[in-house]
Design a protein around this ligand. Sequence first.
Ligand code: ATP
Ligand code: MG
Length: 283
Amino acid sequence: MCLLHILSTGSILISMISMVDETQNEQPVPNVMHPSILKVIEQRKAIKEKLSNIKHKIGVYSAKGGVGKTTVSVNLAYTLKSLGYKVGLLDADVDCPNITMFLGINEMFSDEYPLKPVDKDGVKVLSTAMFVDDARKPIIWRGPMIGKMIREFFENTEWGDLDYLIIDLSPGTSDSPLSIIQLLDLDGFILVTTPQHIASINTIRSGMMAKRLGVALLGVVETMSDGSKRGANEVAEAMNCEVIGTVGFSRKFNELSDKGVVPVNQDDEIKEEFLRISKKITG
Ligand SMILES: Nc1ncnc2c1ncn2[C@@H]1O[C@H](COP(=O)(O)OP(=O)(O)OP(=O)(O)O)[C@@H](O)[C@H]1O
Ligand SMILES: [Mg+2]
């Protein structure tokens, strides 16, 4: 009962934050608000201003691990880049970052501050992996530290002008996704699932979280698909959103990604699949 109360109070606080933010031009913030809420509202406002040169911010999300969020993020980013857009790619999986491995990036951050994303073949990339000298080292951080790192990605990073910032989220429905929702004015989430029922159920969880906190759902992508679309259809039906793509199971994803090569840059069939998804997004 007590836990339920805390959980629902937390959601209400976040809903209030987004509600106040949306109406900030019309009505003043009531002065009865708790200082911690006011602080988040201020942070959100400052970040919105700081990122005003980024036209679209899109999260790639599922509460289920291993369904292909990073694969979709990376391949979508490079497909959008090939269509002529200016693209950034943020690894918001703060404690288990993978994007640098998918891209073969070995650069570490110098002491340079504010942070500058690494330009990898025309896409601006940022990840906590760039702070760690060995990919095998665990990043053992509690929630507040993860939230602080995510704020750095927006408050103290020079992203420059972008058409799209693609954000690869971590699994789960807690710290990292919650910070992204709390701080960013997102265009919406692309949900990712596999054909498996257990993946769809957990992806529906993330969709419900997004809806409850006022984030739009841009559609669902099924990865490692057998062509049946049963996972994507299950999510689409539950969340009342569109299936925007299926990516067939192919060993090339494992082989190329493990070598740090982006599949859409190497394989025409894979590129076709991601072009279809990109057109749904840009359209
Ligand atoms: N269509 C596909 N065919 C075959 N393998 C795939 C496909 N899509 C993704 N994979 C593989 O599945 C594994 C998990 O993918 P990925 O890391 O993108 O998932 P994730 O959801 O980001 O995982 P995590 O929750 O750990 O961040 C990777 O080894 C990736 O190469
Ligand atoms: Mg990932």
